[in-house]
Design a protein around this ligand. Structure first.
Ligand code: GLU
Length: 414
């Protein structure tokens, strides 16, 4: 996965003609931490998971990024995803660097007590490297407000009252209005910009969503509210389609109860992976990495792809899509709504002052639109695709901060 993240970085670095030594400085993570989480499960059996935190870059501010609880989590994933956070925070211009981490566990197979114990152990072993002004975790795949609340509580035992150590917390525990749906709202806003750019309205637009967790479900709901039709959704259990567009409320109620879209009676079942090649105008991959790859890319029918997930498109698939004229709003722009409202949450925590939801939504919308326009302008400047443009914009911003702080090297032109 790291190789893939580096591929996009180097493509953009080539556009900027960055010297090798600057590339190395910008690519090398500052710190890579691995911890062993050993504990007794509910049956009294000893369990052993590994936790990771990779701090990639802090030139633009405290490092920021989610915690993913997933069996595939390892150092390579954490490092690649941490570097994406550095570029993502730069694209939306929030004053943070990039980090990422997680635990190689499967929360679906754990009790609440086991999850609580493992989360607190992770904090105990990383407490010296995280903090409100150093590195601020947040939700990612399989982690939610409840887990963030435990993190705040555990960290505060060591450091005293510290709501700003983590974002995505419950509303009644220093969380922010609008954080829960923020990534999905950001996806909706950038899709709106992409449609506007093409002179299209929301009406009649057919959308498929892969993944129906926090990002996919909220994006689907908000996009349907604009007037587009969600015609196919899928998760790892299966898919369901409805050519007239789903009753999103009924679908969300079903998912709340059953934790999957599979079995929803308001549509027809299909084999989940087929969602990627569904006959739609817009495809939103909102699950895990590499969903669009060499095997399915030639069958993709959407004209617009909005990447709700991190790294859902392999480099080979990306190149094939760009060649065919498919318009991709890349992850580091499209799903940056989450970290944007994480920033608003952190600001509210630092100021001990809460914002109304209308303010959060408006500032998020403004930030996403501004970022979209900035990426679009770079794409035009160099005649490059939106992903390469987003990386160029981010590398410029991080590079300029680094240059202003540390380096005197005149050969860097950004
Ligand atoms: N995990 C989310 C992401 O990949 C949010 C990170 C954050 O809010 O810090 O962008």
């Amino acid at each position: 996965m790291l190789e893939e993240a580096h591929y996009y970085f180097h493509k953009a670095a080539d556009v900027l003609d960055l010297p090798d030594r600057i590339r190395e400085i910008l690519l090398t993570p500052l710190r890579v931490v691995k911890v062993n989480l050993v504990f007794d499960d509910d049956a009294g059996q000893l369990q052993h998971y590994q936790g990771f935190r990779v701090q990639h870059n802090k030139m633009r501010g405290p490092m920021k990024g989610g915690l993913r609880f997933h069996p595939t989590m390892d150092e390579d994933h954490a490092t690649a995803l941490a570097s994406l956070m550095t570029w993502k925070t730069a694209v939306v211009d929030v004053p943070f660097g990039g980090a990422k981490g997680g635990i190689n566990c499967d929360p679906a197979k754990m009790s609440a007590r086991e999850l609580n114990v493992v989360t607190r152990k992770f904090v105990e072993l990383t407490k010296d490297i995280i903090g409100p002004t150093t590195d601020i975790p947040a939700p990612d795949v399989n982690t939610d407000a409840r887990v963030m609340g435990w993190i705040m509580d555990e960290y505060s035992k060591y450091a005293g009252f510290s709501p700003g150590v983590v974002t995505g917390k419950p509303l009644h525990l220093f969380g922010s209005e609008g954080r829960d749906e923020a990534t999905g709202r950001g996806v909706m806003v950038v899709l709106g910009e992409a449609l506007k750019e093409r002179g299209k309205s929301w009406q009649g637009i057919r959308v498929a969503v892969q993944g129906f967790g926090n990002v996919g479900a909220n994006a689907a709901r908000l996009i349907a509210e604009q007037g587009a039709k969600i015609v196919a959704v899928a998760d790892h259990m299966g898919g369901v389609s409805n050519d007239d567009g789903f009753d999103i409320k009924a679908l969300n109620d079903w998912v709340q109860e059953h934790r999957t879209v599979k079995g929803f009676s308001g549509g027809d079942p299909f084999n989940g992976p087929d969602v990627i090649t569904w006959d739609v105008d817009v495809l939103i991959p909102a699950a895990l990495e590499d969903a669009i790859n060499e095997d399915n890319v030639n069958e993709v029918k959407a004209d617009i792809i909005v990447e709700g997930a991190n790294a859902p498109t392999t480099p080979a698939a990306h190149e094939a899509l760009v060649k065919r004229g498919v318009f991709i709003v890349p992850d580091i722009l499209a799903n940056a709504g989450g970290v944007t409202v994480s920033y608003f949450e952190w600001v509210q925590n630092m100021q001990q002052f809460s914002w109304q939801k209308e303010r959060v939504d408006q500032e998020l919308t403004d930030t996403m639109r501004k970022a979209y326009k900035a990426v679009s302008a770079v794409a035009e400047e160099f005649s490059i695709d939106m992903r390469t443009a987003a990386f160029v914009l981010a590398i410029r911003r991080v590079g300029k901060a680094a240059k202003a702080r540390v380096y005197t090297d005149e050969e860097i032109r950004l």
